[in-house]
Every structure is written in structure tokens, then in C-alpha cells.
Design a protein around this ligand. Structure first.
Ligand SMILES: [Zn+2]
Length: 270
């Protein structure tokens, strides 16, 4: 028995690499103890929790708002078609709208389950801005920031236990706390940078996320008091960093699709 434990201990660090095989993200700075399957399982668990809690997360019914959903999912598809999202074929990339006009936020679970609040949608004024924010959220999933944050929050041994499927109770606890995990400033900057990378090959103006941040600053809401900042710490100079990234990559897309976006917002009104 002891021998088995020792072998297991030696084997564990190699486990994620073995599971992921060649699909390891080449520019991933740190190895991630979770496998891609864990990311998907965790994300699905969070999605199910969200759907089972309609008082806190009133999901807009896609059958009642088919045009709004088609539009939103079209934005995600365009970003995926840009072919820069590393796990575009592996993760779910499902998108849902949460009906709460008071929340300026969006989030994406590990494994690619994305939720966008009506408050954010109505606050923004152009499609490329929403695409930029969604690109930022996609990056948190694609760059696997949550599982990295969880490892820091809960410690490696807990995370290993969850990753091995030995501990469904802990998995449930982690899943329910996942949405309040705050990303590191490094992860935040990286998500901004990748938002530009993802939008760059599309016809979108690639600095859409900066449009959102600039709007927050202009309206005096860039001080961290909003819901957005409870999970997204604000790195300094993020607008400038996004513009720099767009210039460095020489992104030529100019589409903002303002009229389509206004139409989308109109479709959200019952
Ligand atoms: Zn973020």
C-alpha cells in the first residue's frame, strides 16, 4: 500500500501532461495540474449551479430571445473563427445572458461556459466593445486562469484530489466559490492582451475591451467600485496596454457595428 502511495506521488506531477499530451499550450508559463477534462467538468458544474439558482442568476430564455442569442453567439463564433483561441475545439464555448441590468459584468468558467449580464450589454454602445470584453473572458478560460487561481487559493494537495475525482464534495465547494475568485493582476493583463490577439484576425476593431474600460473611466466608475472589479482587479494603464498591443500586432480591423449593436439591445427588451 505504501509503495502504491509513493508511486502515485511520483506519478502525479506528470499526470496533466500525460492527459493533455501534445495539446499543452506552448506559451503557457506554468503547468496546470488540472486536465482539460477537469476544466470542462468544473465549468459544467458551475453552469449547472447557475441554472439551478434562477433567483441569483436569472438566465434569459434562449427560446424567447432567439435573435439576441443568435447575435451574441455570432460574436463568439467570429472570435473562434479568428483561430487564435487555443482550446477552441476542446472547450464548450456556450454563451448565456443573465438578466440583471444592475450588473456590469461577464464571466467565463473553466471549460468555456460564458455568461454576460444585460447590465453590461446595455452599458456598451458597439459590437466590438462587447467582443473585446468577451475576448477578455474567453482568455481567462483559454489561458486557464481559474484553475491556476484555485491552485493558489486551495493549495496543490486539495486541487490534486479534486483533479483525480476523489473528492466530489470539495469539487462542489470549489465550483460554488469559483465565481468569486479574483484573478491576479498578471492574469488580468494577459486577458487584455489576448482579447486583442483574438480580435486581431477578425474584422473587429481589436481594441474593443479598451472601449469598455475608457467608458468606465470617463463616467468616473474606473475606481474599482463596480461588480466587474470584484473579480477583475484593475491593472494600471490597461487602456494604453491594449492600444499598444493592437499597434504591435498591426491589427487592421475597423468594424464597430454600432447599428447592429443597437438593434441587438432593442431585441433584449421584452
Ligand atoms: Zn478579467
Amino acid at each position: 500500500m505504501k509503495k502504491v502511495k509513493i508511486l502515485l506521488f511520483l506519478f502525479l506531477p506528470a499526470l496533466p501532461l500525460l492527459i493533455e499530451g501534445c495539446k499543452k499550450n506552448p506559451d503557457d508559463p506554468t503547468p496546470n495540474i488540472f486536465s482539460l477534462e477537469d476544466d470542462k467538468a468544473l465549468g459544467l458544474q458551475v453552469k449547472n449551479e447557475i441554472f439551478s439558482n434562477p433567483s441569483e442568476y436569472p438566465i434569459l430564455d434562449s427560446t424567447q430571445y432567439p435573435q439576441a442569442y443568435a447575435y451574441l453567439r455570432g460574436i463568439v463564433q467570429k472570435i473562434l473563427d479568428g483561430d487564435k483561441v487555443f482550446y477552441k475545439d476542446e472547450f464548450a464555448w456556450e454563451t448565456y445572458i443573465i438578466e440583471d441590468d444592475n450588473v456590469l459584468n461577464a464571466f467565463c468558467t473553466p471549460g468555456g461556459y460564458m455568461f454576460v449580464y444585460t447590465g453590461l450589454i446595455k452599458y456598451l454602445e458597439a459590437e466590438h466593445e462587447l467582443a473585446g470584453v468577451m475576448g477578455h473572458e474567453i482568455a481567462h478560460a483559454d489561458r486557464r486562469h481559474s484553475t491556476d487561481a484555485m491552485t493558489r487559493e486551495y493549495g496543490l494537495s486539495v486541487v490534486i484530489s479534486v483533479a483525480l475525482g476523489n473528492d466530489p464534495n470539495t469539487l462542489a465547494t470549489i465550483a460554488s466559490n469559483l465565481l468569486s475568485l479574483k484573478f491576479s493582476r498578471t492574469a488580468e493583463s494577459e486577458a487584455d492582451e489576448y482579447s486583442v490577439k483574438y480580435l486581431c484576425p477578425t474584422d473587429y476593431k481589436a481594441d474593443g475591451a479598451a472601449g469598455f474600460f475608457q467608458k468606465l473611466i470617463d463616467s468616473g466608475q474606473g475606481n474599482g467600485s463596480l461588480e466587474w472589479f470584484s473579480t477583475h482587479p484593475s491593472p494600471d494603464n490597461r487602456v494604453q496596454n491594449i492600444e499598444d498591443q493592437k499597434n504591435t500586432l498591426n491589427c487592421s480591423g475597423s468594424g464597430t457595428f454600432d447599428a447592429d449593436y443597437q438593434n441587438f439591445k432593442t431585441n433584449l427588451i421584452p
